[in-house]
Design a protein around this ligand. Sequence first.
Ligand code: ADP
Length: 275
Amino acid sequence: MTTEVVPLLEGRELLQLYAAPTGATPALRGVDVTVTGGRISAIIGPSGSGKSTLLAVLALRERPTGGELRHRGVLVSGLSRRRLHHLRRREIGWVAQRPTHSLFPQLTAREQIEQTARLRGVRCDVDAALAEVDLTARATARPSVLSGGEQQRLAVAAAAVGAPALLIADEPTAELDDESAALVLRLFRARAGQGSAVVLATHDVRAVTAADTVLRLRHGVLSGTHDTGQDRTATIDGLGRLQLPEEAIPLFPGGRVVVTVTGGHVELHRPRDRA
Ligand code: ADP
């Protein structure tokens, strides 16, 4: 007997149209996507390719114009507004691109965590949650007096309370220095370890390298999905030119690369790595 694992979310032919003065703009044009617990997925692609739209659809914040979205095997289009509200509150952590959009302006850092735990119906060690993102010293501060990086870390910590089934973040590391980005990415990994499905939209190579799966969007179409850390085959043309996978391109800003040939291996390094 085989037991089939039902994915947390399964989208088929997802279509999202927005009204625009020039006619309907398709932000998603037939996206197939599967989201499962225990993994970090990074959605990459140029600005305007539909990353935020896909996040909003997966977070059950927007109903797709077309296609099918299933949540634990159940068609989302058949769920009542009340049920959707319940799912969003209990099961989905959301970090908006502007972190203040996912924080309560009137609450202190400590209260944000407490309030989220209450709404989610979970117990939470608030001190540990603040310490996890290095905000112990800012426990009594409200968002308006926190720096951008602190707001971001707080928004992530609050969204992650209780290891929700789905943890979604839009560009969560874009404004963070290396140390803060590492804290946030470590937190995502910890929640994935507790079973959360973590989905990030990102341009940041630090976040892409931390992901298990990378989904590449282009003009609202998923142009590729692959698991990181796995070997892939690429072609070398007659002049010896190699096309790097798209997510590796940001590793070489300025298009400069140091090439080392050792035995049967070729290594590519950022010029500054070798300084
Ligand atoms: P990304 O996150 O990759 O930058 P978005 O999902 O924000 O891409 O946008 C995809 C496309 O949909 C863009 O052309 C954008 O202008 C359009 N779009 C996104 N949200 C809306 C909206 N609420 N109303 C109208 N057009 C939108």
